[in-house]
Design a protein around this ligand. Structure first.
Ligand SMILES: [Fe+2]
Length: 140
């Protein structure tokens, strides 16, 4: 079995996190922004960040799931983690060990010294791992 197929199998089984501290499985992503599916509306994370920030100053990045329809949070179906990636590298992670009492939202305080691309990754216990479209933050 090829590594890529093995990683897909792990992700399909909900075991994607076992092979790496940071998810490296193939992500689901928004395929067609003009006509998103209901699955995409509920699972693609939204990254809310300023488009321009001052170098070295803290700013807030808010990630919520999904970007158009809030994902359910029940004991049977919930978002198990939200990650923030900066220039393709995982820099923060929030874990939700169970569903039902927490909304799938995470807020991070961030500072940058140079312009960067932020992305969010989330995992749904039933529907796999999803990545947001990239969001560029310009530093001036
Ligand atoms: Fe889901």
């Amino acid at each position: 079995m090829k590594r890529r197929n093995f990683l897909k199998l792990l992700a399909a089984l909900g075991l994607g996190g076992l092979h790496s501290a940071w998810a490296a499985e193939p992500y689901h992503r928004l395929e067609n922004p003009r006509s998103p599916t209901l699955m995409e509306k509920k699972h693609v994370p939204a990254v809310e960040a300023p488009s321009r920030v001052k170098a070295g100053e803290w700013f807030e990045v808010r990630v919520r799931v999904g970007y158009l329809v809030e994902h359910p949070s029940t004991p049977e179906h919930w978002i198990t983690r939200i990650e923030l990636h900066c220039n393709g590298r995982g820099v923060a992670r929030v874990e939700f060990p169970e569903g039902g009492n927490l909304a799938p939202v995470a807020v991070f305080r961030v500072r940058l010294n140079r312009s960067a691309v932020l992305e969010a990754v989330e995992n749904c216990n039933l529907h796999g791992t999803w990545i947001s479209p990239p969001v560029r933050v310009e530093v001036f």
